[in-house]
Ligand binder design. Structure first.
Ligand code: IPD
Length: 268
């Protein structure tokens, strides 16, 4: 894709993320219509409406690029390019009226057969914070360049964790939490994977890890983190776009691996 196309893709990602963000804000304090729920997950009617609005906006500029979304998929998402969209990341927070949720939009393209993220936008409509990145350029928050923290010691680090929707993931992540708590400054479980990634990118936290997170939760945030000097590594854990992700400021990996090495998780 030419750089002018990437610029256009970023502009339309921002428009789509802000469009859905506006809908989230407008509905924040209203009763929410739940389409379905399980013990650790909720799906709202608004998720679907936001997804439709995002798809409409993206496809008005890029009609041929398919959309892989948490709530709906259009076209063949295994082609050369695809949008990867989470219309409301942090749906449980949002449903309960907790203003910590966002919209995540990424454009991915294939390089040597594998998908990589080319453009990412994450929008938090409650704080009016917009993170953006284009591969190869500095990540930005509301138009200003951002950088990960310079904390080198785990004992100073804030670690953000997520517990995905399936009960089986608890058995994997609880021992990780137990191992990390005594070693780090604080653990935070804030309820939005995309915001957890961009908080590391902004230096607000230092590490984020979750087992069973989905591609649409981390695609945009992953690029933003890398373009802010951080790193993440992930391992596909199922064939429904599920990943085990470990993100950090680029300085804490060795110690992280040491601490968690005793745990039987192959990607640590
Ligand atoms: C969820 C949130 C949550 C994370 C889950 C995600 P959703 O996304 O990001 O923090 O722990 O793994 O599925 O369902 O609100 O879009």
């Amino acid at each position: 894709m030419k750089s002018s196309d990437l610029k256009r893709a970023l502009a339309v990602s921002v428009r789509a993320a802000k469009g859905a963000g506006k809908m989230m804000r407008a509905n924040w304090r209203s009763p929410k219509k739940i389409n379905s729920q399980s013990q650790h997950d909720i799906k709202l009617e608004l998720d679907v409406r936001c997804q439709k609005e995002i798809t409409r906006i993206l496809q008005s500029s890029f009609p041929d690029v398919p959309v892989l979304g948490e709530e709906a998929t259009t076209g063949d998402v295994e082609e050369q390019f695809r949008w990867v969209v989470d219309p409301i990341d942090g749906t449980v927070n949002f449903t309960y009226g907790i203003p910590h949720a966002c919209v995540s939009v990424a454009l991915q393209g294939r390089k040597k057969g594998e998908f990589e993220t080319l453009v990412g936008a994450v929008y938090d409509p409650f704080c009016d914070e917009l993170w953006t990145a284009v591969r190869g350029q500095r990540a930005q928050l509301n138009g200003r360049a951002i950088r990960v923290s310079s904390r080198k010691q785990l004992k100073e680090a804030i670690v953000s964790m997520g517990f995905a929707k399936e009960k089986s993931t608890l058995a994997i992540m609880l021992p990780v939490m137990n191992a990390l708590i005594p070693e780090v400054r604080k653990i935070r479980i804030m309820g939005s994977a995309a915001l957890s990634m961009v908080y590391v990118a902004t230096g607000r936290t230092d590490i984020y890890t979750e087992y069973g997170v989905r591609l649409w939760d981390i695609a945009a945030g992953g690029l933003i983190l890398e373009c802010a000097g951080g790193e993440f590594w992930n391992r596909e854990v199922d064939n429904t776009y599920g990943y085990h992700v470990i993100a950090n400021n680029g300085l804490l990996r060795a110690r992280l691996e040491e601490i968690t090495g005793a745990l039987a998780i192959s990607s640590f």
